[in-house]
Design a protein around this ligand. Structure first.
Ligand code: ADP
Ligand code: ZN
Length: 731
């Protein structure tokens, strides 16, 4: 790596802060000087804020007024590649640079002075007297295994005062230790023998290793059917990266997946990697953030935000289940972690591996065009076979009212659990019922703040708005006509399906996997491990179960409503349904016993359903690609979504209409504006929402034109404007 530029004490430096200022500010380098990229604290008015030394100061004003940097923080300076990444990511997503920097400085206690700190862990003895508050502290310690906490963090998580924790320390039930400074992670050993690879795996691993040895940027689409052993293959790429002394990052779409993955890493490399996601303690996050910058961690496993860790020398980024929609950050800074991974790698000579059984059309197209290399693993590892796919024509099934499992599927479930195997029933709808209707007047209960229906969650005993999260108790009487006892649920959610399952299969042990039913990521992880070990006969799940979990006893997947995703007019409806159905089906028959996937559908002739059944994936992608190309839609054209929202409906429409009128900067690049139109969800949290859609040809400089276009108008105070480049959802 090139040597970093150094600024002597008193030199003018330009500091980018995380404050929304629109530009970097000049300061004087502090006593002892500072490096380019140094994390610093600077005065801003009466406050002190965090920033990064972004370059030399510009001068050209009253130099006597320039204040000095308060101090340099205890962290490795941000490297040049990382600064370039933030700049480019800011340009691409049209997110202001300070907001980008905020993503890169999410280190708890970054501004804390160095030196030893007290940390708290599980102690050696039980407390003499157990109180409810003490119990909660011990629960938190158990829940996070052997993790260390700061005093405030432990008390906060347990919801107790710090004196409760101190009381437990006196008794030895909680251990108080001096933690030196953050410690490096144990070294992973790339030369521990991995699993013996099958021929196609070995060839794939060798291709990835060759990419790493070249030491240049490159992206590979690793497309392999579920269970083909993609993970084993990319772990070999991680090994090569570690051998070269560089760092590797593996992104997973779902925290619940990390437990199984961490175990595999430990087996393969003899130690645990660093973990970065919302279920990790603040103390560990702080440590990981620092070690990424100092090179004290070799492999990081994390959620999409791990992409913004200040790695010292990142050589490999794996995006597992790359098609997953959760890689798109949908609020605040809108970015797609898959695309940002490619950008980041291209700026630091790193390799990217995009792994999936059902890649997104964007990646498929990039591989077709030769921008990405592509490696296919076409069969499952070992003796495991891909599940047989069958459609159940629901027009021919006799369903009783308010029942959703047809006789054919029901018989198949009975058969499986009779043999001691597991069955999964998939329904992508949380809660009990999506709609609550009054039988007297026909009123449907909606959210007070959003243009959305409230969803009954019987487990919580409340109605929940899936847009804003607002909840309220189930009313006795209809809020519209006042009739009592006439409110009725319409349609199924997983909780209601669970009721039907309990009636039909009274002997079976049933587990419901839905993100809202678990208080913590740990609780969910435990449940998944329990199911994997045979702790349930029937699993009912939302799309949470579609993501890479391994349930060896699972041999039947029943999709309750395969048509669900095909309704509506979303650009990606077909693609998403195809991916989801293939992924869910892929859960069946992962070990010796063969699996079957059954799709309940009212339209077995629908092209997407037929493509799912035939398993001819390339044909599906070719057809989908042809349609998008004909329509000039992504990935063959470009889109940007603009969402305007304000408490007052007139303000949003007026502003939207004015924007649409002043479209000259867009017309210059041949782009077109559609709208303003009310957003599909026209009101959220009391704010009215209006959408504009900009459509452009591929290859034009869309972002600068967009910036110029919206820059023409001053945004009223009450109005929020967000620009979503390459939007994934259109709500
Ligand atoms: P994918 O990531 O493609 O879904 P995995 O890498 O999880 O597939 O592999 C599926 C299963 O097969 C896992 O249980 C894994 O341990 C096993 N497996 C894959 N490759 C090998 C191998 N070369 N030797 C032994 N077991 C393997
Ligand atoms: Zn709401």
């Amino acid at each position: 790596m090139p040597a970093l530029e150094f600024f002597d004490e008193g030199a003018l430096v330009s500091v980018l802060t995380t404050e929304p200022l629109g530009r970097a500010l000049d300061y004087r380098a502090p006593e002892g000087g500072c490096f380019l990229g140094a994390f610093v604290e600077v005065p801003l008015g009466p406050r002190r804020v965090t920033g990064v030394v972004w370059g030399a100061g510009e001068g050209g004003y009253d130099l006597a007024k320039v204040r000095p940097v308060t101090r340099v923080l205890d962290a490795a300076p941000m490297g040049e590649a990382m600064r370039a990444f933030l700049l480019r990511a800011s340009d691409y997503t049209l997110t202001p640079l300070p907001a980008m920097l905020r993503l890169a400085t999410r280190a708890p206690g970054l501004a804390d002075p160095p030196g030893p700190r007290k940390v708290y862990r599980k102690g050696w003895v039980e407390p003499d007297r157990m109180t409810e508050a003490r119990g909660r502290v011990l629960d938190v310690l158990d829940e996070y295994g052997g993790a260390a906490f700061t005093l405030g963090e432990l008390a906060g998580l347990a919801g107790v005062t710090t004196s409760v924790v101190k009381g437990l320390v006196k008794q030895g039930a909680v251990a108080e230790e001096e933690a030196p400074r953050d410690l490096p992670y144990p070294r992973l050993d790339p030369d521990v023998a991995g699993k013996a690879l099958a021929d196609d795996q070995a060839a794939a691993a060798e291709a990835l290793r060759a990419g790493l040895r070249a030491g240049r940027y490159g992206t590979t689409l690793l497309k392999g059917v579920t269970g083909s052993g993609k993970t084993e293959v990319y772990l070999e790429a991680v090994a090569e990266c570690l051998r070269q002394g560089r760092q590797a990052l593996v992104l997973l779409p779902e925290i619940a997946l990390t437990a199984e993955f961490l175990t595999r890493v430990e087996v393969r490399f003899g130690a645990m990697p660093g973990e970065w996601h919302s279920g990790v303690t603040q103390t560990e996050r702080r440590r990981l953030w620092r070690m990424a910058g100092e090179g004290g961690v070799g492999l990081v496993v994390g959620a999409r935000s791990a992409l913004f860790l200040p790695f010292r020398d990142l050589g490999l980024i794996v995006v597992d289940e790359e098609h997953d929609t959760s890689y798109k950050q949908e609020d605040g800074a809108l970015y797609n972690a898959r695309d940002m991974a490619v950008l980041r790698a291209s700026l630091c000579d790193a390799q990217v591996v995009l792994a999936s059984a059902t890649p997104c059309l964007e990646s498929w197209t990039n591989a077709e065009a030769g921008k990405y290399a592509r490696i296919d693993l076409t069969s499952r590892f070992g003796t495991a076979e891909l599940p047989e796919m069958r459609a159940i024509d629901m027009r021919a099934e006799r369903l009783q009212p308010n029942r959703w499992i047809g006789p054919t599927l029901s018989a198949a479930v009975q058969d499986r659990i009779g043999r001691g195997e597991q069955a999964l029933l998939f329904l992508n709808r949380r809660g009990y019922a999506p709609v609550t209707i009054c039988r007297a007047c026909g009123h449907q209960i909606g959210c007070d703040h959003c243009d959305a229906r409230m969803v009954e969650h019987r487990f919580l005993k409340r109605l929940v708005c899936h847009q804003c999260g607002e909840t309220k108790p189930m009313p006795e009487a209809c809020p519209s006509c006042g009739a009592e006892g006439r409110l009725a649920p319409v349609g199924p959610g997983v909780e209601r399906l669970a009721e039907e399952v309990a009636e039909r299969f009274p002997e079976a042990r049933v587990a419901v996997l839905s993100s809202d039913l678990f208080g913590s990521a740990r609780a969910l992880k435990e449940k998944i491990a329990e199911i994997g070990g045979g702790g349930a006969d029937i699993i009912i799940g939302t799309q949470l179960v579609a993501k890479g979990h391994n349930f060896p006893l699972l041999t039947l997947v029943g999709v309750i409503d395969a048509d669900l995703g095909l309704q509506g007019s979303d650009l990606r409806a077909a693609e998403r349904t195809f991916q989801l159905m293939r992924q869910v089906s892929g859960r069946a028959g992962r070990s010796e016993k063969p699996g079957v996937a059954m799709l309940q559908t009212f339209q077995p002739e629908h092209p997407v359903i037929r493509a799912i059944l035939s398993g001819d994936e390339e044909a599906f992608w070719r057809a989908e690609a042809a349609e998008r190309q004909a329509a000039g839609m992504p990935p063959y054209g470009r889109l940007a979504g603009i969402v305007l929202s304000a408490p007052d409906v007139q303000t949003v429409f007026d502003f939207g209409a004015e924007l649409a009128r002043r479209d000259a900067p867009l017309r210059r690049i041949g782009a077109r504006v559609f709208g303003p139109a009310p957003a599909p969800v026209a009101r959220v949290r009391g704010r009215h929402r209006v959408r504009l859609l900009v459509k452009a040809a591929k290859g034009v400089a869309l972002q600068p034109a967009l910036a110029e276009w919206v820059g023409q108008l001053k945004v009223p105070n009450t109005l929020r404007l967000s620009i979503d480049i390459d939007p994934q959802s259109f709500y």
